[in-house]
Design a protein around this ligand. Sequence first.
Ligand code: AFP
Length: 317
Amino acid sequence: MEATAGQAGKTKFQIDLRRYLREDGEDEQLIHLICEIAEASKYIINSIRTGDLGVAGTSNLYGEQQLALDVLSDRILRKRLAQSGVVSNVVSEETADIVFIAPHRTGNFSVAYDPLDGSSLVDVNLAVGTIVSIYRGCDLMQPGTKQVAALYILYGPRTTLVYTTGHGVHEFGMNQLMEYTLLRRNVRMEPKASIYAPGGLRSLYTPGTGKFVRQLESNGVKLRYSGGLVPDFNQILMKGKGVFFYPHLQNAPQGKLRLLFELNPMAFLMEQAGGAASNGRQRILDLVPQKFDERSPFFCGCRDDVAMAEACIREEG
Ligand code: AFP
């Protein structure tokens, strides 16, 4: 059945983000927060598409202070969260120190976010993303199991928003009116990978990770890696058959990726889609953070392959 254009170019089968959240019975304040983050992404898109790609602190030919895109994106998102009226505290990967918005306001949310993950890829026109983790209350040093929502926005050939509130994973696309409308509900992972995304230097892998990669390759699993966590993760999630890892390295036993801003939200999404997320020995979501910019090794994707990684690391480190 052909969808016909309804109000202002929106096809009558397009369900927008706010309506979908409402129909899913979400808390009104959480709906407001998620929609505010979606609104902020429109300004981030604009800064990516038109902004100077210079580094923070330089000035452009008009003498205006030039902001690096990640600094600009951080400001956009932080301002939106501060003005939302439902946020107590925020912490950003850009600053890694907590910003108290309204610490005594009860019944609110606290947000950890990476405003523009992979920002260095913009210069070479590769996809980047915003990653957001949402907790109820004021405490951001909780295990990932306490998240009430997680989402990312992927700025690629299309702009998409993928979220979970603990009731499955749902994908939205930005239409010509810059509204997010439903593309896929209940995205699900299959048990075995067909692609893998290996972060870090292969020469610095430990024997266990090296064994894991050899097993993937012997199973015919193909390498697909862009260097951007959000697009690499999204490819695995949307194809439903893959594993992403940024492992512990010989010179970096905790790997590179950050628990609060990157791993907890991605782990929540992956588990809600039926996949798994581990630090190589235990569930990411069970880790209790000790500091804001804590890092962790990360293996995430099809359950069977994450289990295989854990077995290799158990056997060979
Ligand atoms: P930046 O945000 O500093 O560009 O780093 C992006 C990232 O943290 C994540 O998006 C990638 O998965 C990872 O780095 C890639 O790191 P390598 O370039 O070391 O593989």
